[in-house]
Design a protein around this ligand. Structure first.
Ligand code: AMP
Ligand code: GLY
Length: 420
């Protein structure tokens, strides 16, 4: 099977690494990819948000299966263009990708499906939103409706903060994503993520994870795309996983199918867990990054069979062969991230790092230049390890981190603290 993976982050390197281990994987192409994917696949230059261009490229290269990594091409309808061209692909249609692209859409689906989530109201003008915030008081959560690269949410602990966030959003701080605003009840509890493959009808859980959003040790400092993750998430017990499937995931899938927009792809279910009960925080229509890295580390080559079964509508007969293990990934980022950072610094020591089915350095923002690996992004490397226990995986991952020589980068030293 010739396979094309769209994206260039650590998530896509991890997907490529897992898929490549499956003997069914023929030629592997990643577009646009990074220095990590270049070592195991062909990195192709391609505008991955242009569905026609992706479909034409896939046909030209006799690609049998396309795996779409990030949300932008999904929201742009790349999966629709591929299916229209008769090319098998993993990832939802643009209509189904609304589950991530519009928070108001997701809330409406939850209402119709009876899925537990925060109480909310939806606004298109600032005065009404301000009045609602004043009436409800703080803490309260203000969300830009559309895709805002993870920056469209303010968890306001005071009324002043909440009103300032409303003004910001209607003032254009998030462009068109903020022209509509969802205001939500603040939910207390512990957050965890649940990943479910979906084929439009059936659903198959493929793992749980927790990430660390804040840049600094002890969960301090500004929010980032994620500084590390581990799997499984102990808070997401079998019982809560079952409840999540019964109360949230399956009703959502039934509602999506009923509306004529069945969901196919991975559903990333962001949960708030309190007193043994899960409530939905958000859906994403893609694997998390860096959560995907720990899931792929645990799944290995079977990931290809599972993604392929989802794309072909065969999940009813699929099953996951679980290894009873733990995985952790530590993000190494460029100094300054998530603020301004320099690009182009050289990363040394990678060639000496042991890389195998238990220890992998997945690349995110990297490129090769004159035989060296250089940093080209904010989040640059995902140092990933697995072990019989989380603490074994943790020790292994930080030993790898310490073998990498990159003074222009940093990482958190406490990934996994909550579970350890
Ligand atoms: P979202 O983009 O919707 O996932 O929101 C980003 C983050 O904001 C989440 O991961 C939570 O930490 C927090 N958050 C979002 N909605 C709520 C809520 N209703 N109550 C408490 N925290 C929330
Ligand atoms: N790590 C969070 C996300 O991928 O959205």
């Amino acid at each position: 099977m010739n396979i094309l993976i769209l994206g260039s982050g650590g998530r896509e390197h991890a997907l490529a690494w897992a898929v490549k281990q499956n003997p069914k994987c023929g030629r592997l192409i990643v577009a646009p990819g990074n220095a990590g994917t270049a070592a195991i696949a062909w990195n192709a230059e391609l505008d991955i948000n242009d569905g026609e261009a992706v479909a034409a490229f896939a046909q030209e290269q006799t690609v049998d299966f396309v795996i779409i990594g990030p949300e932008a091409p999904l929201a742009a309808g790349v999966a629709d263009a591929l299916r229209a061209a008769g090319i098998l692909c993993f990832g939802p249609s643009a209509a189904a990708a609304e589950l991530e692209a519009s928070k108001a859409f997701t809330k409406a689906i939850c209402d119709a499906a009876g899925a537990p989530t925060a109480a909310y109201a939806h606004f298109t003008d600032a005065a009404a939103a301000r009045a609602y915030v004043e009436e409800r008081g703080a803490p309260i959560v203000i969300k830009a409706d559309g895709l805002a690269a993870g920056k469209g949410v303010t968890v306001a602990m005071t009324l002043e903060e909440a009103l300032a966030a409303v003004d910001d959003m209607f003032g254009g701080a998030h462009g068109s994503a903020g022209a509509e605003v969802v205001i939500e009840e603040f939910m207390e509890g512990e957050e965890a993520s649940f990943f479910v493959l979906c084929d439009g009808e059936d659903a198959l859980p493929v793992g749980t994870a927790q990430d660390h959003k804040r840049v600094g040790d002890g969960d301090t400092g500004p929010n980032t795309g994620g500084m590390g993750a581990y799997s499984p998430a102990p808070v997401l017990t079998d019982d809560i996983a079952q409840r999540t499937m019964d109360e949230i995931v399956r009703p959502t899938l039934r509602e999506m199918a009923k509306r004529g927009t069945p969901y196919q792809g991975v559903l990333y279910v962001g949960l708030m867990i309190k007193d043994g009960a899960p409530r939905l925080v958000e859906y994403n229509v893609r694997f998390g990054d860096p959560e995907c890295q720990v899931l792929m580390m645990r799944l290995g080559g079977q990931a290809l069979d599972l993604l392929h079964a989802a794309a072909e509508g065969r999940l009813a007969e699929a099953q996951v062969n679980w290894a009873d293990d733990h995985a952790i990934t530590v993000v190494m980022a460029a100094n300054g991230y998530p603020g301004a950072y320099e690009k182009g610094s050289v990363i040394c020591g990678l060639e000496a790092v042991e890389q195998n089915s238990k220890e992998m350095v997945f690349h995110a923002g990297t490129a090769s230049k004159d035989g060296a690996i250089i940093a080209t992004g904010g989040r640059v490397l995902n140092v990933t390890a697995r072990g019989a226990s989380l603490s074994e995986a943790h020790t292994r991952a930080y030993a790898l981190v310490d073998a990498i020589d990159w003074p222009e980068g940093f990482c958190r030293r406490d990934i996994g603290w909550r579970a350890l």
